[in-house]
Structure formats: structure tokens, C-alpha cells
Write a protein that binds this ligand. Structure first.
Ligand SMILES: Cc1cc2nc3c(=O)[nH]c(=O)nc-3n(C[C@H](O)[C@H](O)[C@H](O)COP(=O)(O)O)c2cc1C
Length: 247
């Protein structure tokens, strides 16, 4: 569809894609590094209380302990845990007229993010590629062939990913958002994906699992595994999940 291909938001997406053949020769613009913290050394300070640590005792450990983990216990994870992570990431929580609302916010309630799962080690579930059907809260079985090695290779050969029990792959249906918001819609897509991923990471922590978000991948290779066409839908984010190693 030419109208999408001419948009600067879409062009940026294509220009910033990684390809196996060209990644080493990609020119990275020389942009000066800056500090991680913004500091106002001269200003007066207002101390913030930490008394909420006791009041919010359920959520504090989940946020405090979440860490990107790249080693996993080789045990299977339970389907119930995976289902909870999926619900936490994008489950439907309310309906109003023709709108449905979900656990994670979405610009204009358009929900451009789709969820795929490369299942490797989930109890009583065949390894393979699945799609999360949000509407019916079930998984579409796309193939019962294990694709985890292919996914690992497509994620810049980051070897730890092959040890995950599940790798979640999020794609964006670009038109869902850009048909309403134009180029600005591209921003909203990535903001949405951040919300979805963070909810899943917290749910992983809550169920005794670990996860690591991964955004470094060869776009065309991941899209090919998912069987999607980057003109309509393209992978934007992934997360490797596995049972947390006991200390
Ligand atoms: C957008 C994004 C992309 C990331 N991509 C990768 C990746 O490709 N490989 C990886 O090992 N970690 C990746 N990470 C994890 C970061 O390295 C990690 O979040 C960071 O070191 C901070 O550590 P923490 O998550 O434990 O707080 C990514 C994180 C984010 C938010």
C-alpha cells in the first residue's frame, strides 16, 4: 500500500531495521553520549517519603526484584503461569460500546500490538509457534514445530534465548494506529509495546519466572518465522522467559 510506504514514520521503521548481511556495515550516526541522570545541583530539594514500601507491600517486591535475566532453570513452566503473563500483558478487562479495554493502555484504544509465542518448554504444550487470541483468550496453534533455534538465530544469535521456555514476540499492525494518527502513530506503537512488555515482566516475576526483553533482531528473519509481511505487520519487540533459577 503506497500511502503507508511514503510516511516518514514507516520509512524510519524500515531504515532502522537490522539485516544479517548489512548489520556490520550499518552506519551509526556519531551522536555524543550524555549522563544517565539529569541533575540540578543548584536547586533546593524536596525529600520523597519511602513509607509506601510497607503500604504497597504486594507490588514493591515485584518491581524491586524484576531484573533482566539471561539464564533460566531448565524446568518447564506451567501453562497457567503463561496464561497469567498473557492476561497481564494484554487481557481484556472491560468493555464499553464497541470498545474493549485491556490491562495495558493503548493510544486511542487501538491495540496495534499482536503477541506470538515460540514455545519451547511449557508443560503439556507442544513446542511450536502460537498466536495469542486476545478476544477469546486462547492460543492459535500456527505450527507444532519448535522454532526456538530459528528465533535465537534471528535475535542476533543471542545464545541465551535458546534456553528460554518461551520467547514472546510482539508485532505491530501498523495501520491500526497510523491510519488514525499518521506519523505520530509510530510513536504510539512503541509506547504501547513498552506497556505490554512491562506488564508481562511483572507477571513473570509474580509467577516465579524470569524474563529478558530483547529488541535486537533481524527484522526480516523474525517476520519470516511469524509468516507476516512487513508492509502490514512487523515484529517490534521480544522477551525470553524461563523458570527463575533458585539462588
Ligand atoms: C528496548 C530494550 C531492548 C533490549 N534489548 C536487549 C537485547 O537485545 N539483548 C539483551 O540481552 N538485553 C536486552 N535488553 C535488556 C537490557 O539490557 C536491560 O533492561 C538493562 O540492562 C537494564 O537491566 P534490567 O532490565 O535488569 O533492569 C533490552 C531492554 C530494552 C528495554
Amino acid at each position: 500500500m503506497p500511502e503507508l510506504e511514503t510516511c516518514s514514520g514507516y520509512k524510519y521503521l524500515i531504515e532502522s531495521a537490522y539485516e544479517r548481511e548489512t548489520i556490520k556495515s550499518m552506519v551509526r550516526p556519531a551522536i555524543a553520549q550524555v549522563d544517565t541522570f539529569k541533575r540540578y545541583p543548584e536547586t533546593e530539594k524536596l525529600e520523597l517519603p519511602r513509607s509506601w514500601q510497607l503500604k504497597e507491600a504486594r507490588i514493591v517486591p515485584l518491581l524491586q526484584n524484576r531484573r533482566s535475566k539471561r539464564t533460566f532453570d531448565p524446568k518447564v513452566i506451567d501453562l497457567e503461569d503463561l496464561a497469567f503473563m498473557l492476561w497481564a500483558s494484554q487481557g481484556i478487562t472491560a468493555k464499553s460500546g464497541c470498545y474493549t479495554f485491556r490491562t495495558a493502555p493503548s493510544g486511542g484504544a487501538l491495540y496495534p500490538v499482536e503477541t506470538y509465542l515460540s514455545i519451547h518448554r511449557v508443560k503439556d504444550v507442544s513446542p511450536g509457534l502460537y498466536h495469542f487470541d486476545v478476544e477469546n483468550f486462547c492460543l492459535d496453534i500456527l505450527t507444532e514445530h519448535d522454532v526456538s533455534d530459528k528465533v535465537t538465530a534471528a535475535c542476533l544469535d543471542q545464545k541465551f534465548m535458546a534456553q528460554s521456555a518461551v520467547t514472546v514476540i510482539w508485532s505491530a499492525v501498523i495501520r491500526r494506529c497510523m491510519s488514525k494518527y499518521g506519523n505520530r502513530g509510530m510513536r504510539y506503537i512503541f509506547l504501547d509495546a513498552g506497556h505490554v512488555c512491562q506488564n508481562l515482566l511483572i507477571a513473570a516475576e509474580a509467577t516465579g519466572n524470569s524474563a529478558c526483553p530483547v529488541a535486537a533482531f533481524y527484522d526480516d528473519e523474525i517476520n519470516e518465522i511469524l509468516g507476516i509481511n512487513s508492509n502490514d505487520e512487523t515484529a517490534i519487540y521480544t522477551a525470553a522467559i524461563g523458570k527463575k533459577l533458585s539462588k
